[in-house]
Design a protein around this ligand. Structure first.
Ligand SMILES: [Zn+2]
Length: 365
């Protein structure tokens, strides 16, 4: 007994020590080790990340980052548990995104329902069997249900908008021809105004060097605001956020930082990088496009069309974005202009607002 127990504890300690190279703080490593070595093994079976966040004394987002790194290092396994909307039973089988289908059959009550990454799919983590065996006795649904009720759950969609997950598991995606329902996502598009002229004036390599720096800046801002870069298209970036006010905060930070970059590079007025931004929020579906997880639907199309209405150094968005109370609070002191516009490819006219972040104006003039 002594040997087996101590071998496990030692293996866990060694495995967690490997997280050092990801710049995970020693105190966080120590708390993770204590969590994995604890005596109550029910905690380690389909563990709720919100519960682990409390143990690690980190934010939910920081916790997910640590857990995804631990997943990469083989310390944990990831589960895409699905809760049936009819009988509330949980299907524990999906171990990867490719196990999820457009429609899910509940084997307990025979209901078939569209797989919803916000409402039904939730992520949990288990300790890898190599480190510690979890016998059947530790699978305690009542124990987990109590934790879920107390802490809430982390949706599959939240993990999909974690940049670390996309970076470490770029091939993790759903199958072609399958899709997941996304109840609500804020889609943000950016583009550079006048970049064609910039390339012509500065030459391809100098212009590209500027564009590259602008990409680095935007990627950093998206990650810092809990979002994910879905893809780049030419000089444009498409990003997704589960919380609309995160998208708006990111847009404001992009505006400020781009203007700071222009100042730092001491660019002549005609060579300055002018960022156009558009945001919409709403439902869409998540699909596998070119081996990569992408979003598809009217919200995505609208966000792209709204970005085209941005004049640069401003933020264009739809009314759906502004009616979010947190967004309204973030932009309450900023001047805005609203116009009813018809957007290319969309049947109905919609209100598009252009918001001018205050500091941005002050630093231009
Ligand atoms: Zn069911």
């Amino acid at each position: 007994m002594f040997n087996v127990f101590h071998r496990h504890q030692n293996n866990i300690a060694l495995a967690v020590a490997a997280l050092e190279r990801y710049s995970i703080k020693p105190e966080v490593q120590q708390r993770l080790r204590a969590f994995l070595q604890q005596s109550d093994r029910r905690e380690l079976y389909h563990a709720n990340p919100k519960r682990i966040a409390e143990k690690l004394q980190l934010s939910e987002r920081e916790t997910l980052r640590v857990l995804v790194i631990a997943l990469k290092e083989g310390i944990l396994t990831l589960n895409w548990d699905i809760q049936c909307p009819a009988c509330r039973g949980i299907d524990f089988k999906p171990k990867s995104l490719s196990d999820l289908r457009t429609n899910h059959l509940c084997t307990a009550c025979d209901s078939v329902y569209a797989t919803d990454a916000d409402e039904q799919v939730r992520v949990t983590f288990s300790i890898d069997e190599k480190l510690r065996r979890l016998e059947k006795a530790f699978d305690d649904p009542a124990f987990r249900a109590k934790i879920d009720a107390e802490y809430g759950v982390v949706s599959g969609h939240q993990l999909l908008t974690l940049q670390t997950f996309r970076d470490l598991f770029p091939r993790e995606t759903i199958l072609p021809n399958e899709s997941l329902v996304i109840q609500r996502v804020a889609i943000l598009f950016t583009d550079l105004a006048g970049s064609t002229a910039l390339y012509a004036r500065r030459g391809d390599s100098r212009a590209y060097n500027l564009v590259r720096q602008h990409f680095d800046l935007l990627f950093h801002v998206v990650d810092a605001h809990n979002g994910v870069v879905v893809k780049t298209i030419g000089d444009a970036v498409m990003a997704a956020f589960t919380v609309p006010s995160d998208a708006m905060q990111a847009a404001i930070a992009m505006n400020h930082q781009m203007q700071a970059l222009n100042l730092r590079l001491q660019l002549a007025a005609e060579d300055q990088l002018i960022l156009k931004i558009g945001i919409d929020v709403g439902p869409c579906i998540s699909v596998n496009l070119n081996e990569r997880l992408d979003y598809f639907g009217t919200t995505v199309n609208t966000a792209a069309r709204v970005e085209a209405k941005s004049l640069g150094n401003d933020i264009a968005c739809t009314e759906n974005v502004l009616i979010d109370s947190d967004v309204a609070n973030v932009v309450k002191d900023f001047p805005r202009v609203g116009n009813t516009m018809s957007l290319k490819g969309l049947d109905t006219q919609i209100m598009v607002y252009r918001i001018q972040p205050k500091q941005a104006i002050a630093s231009i003039k």
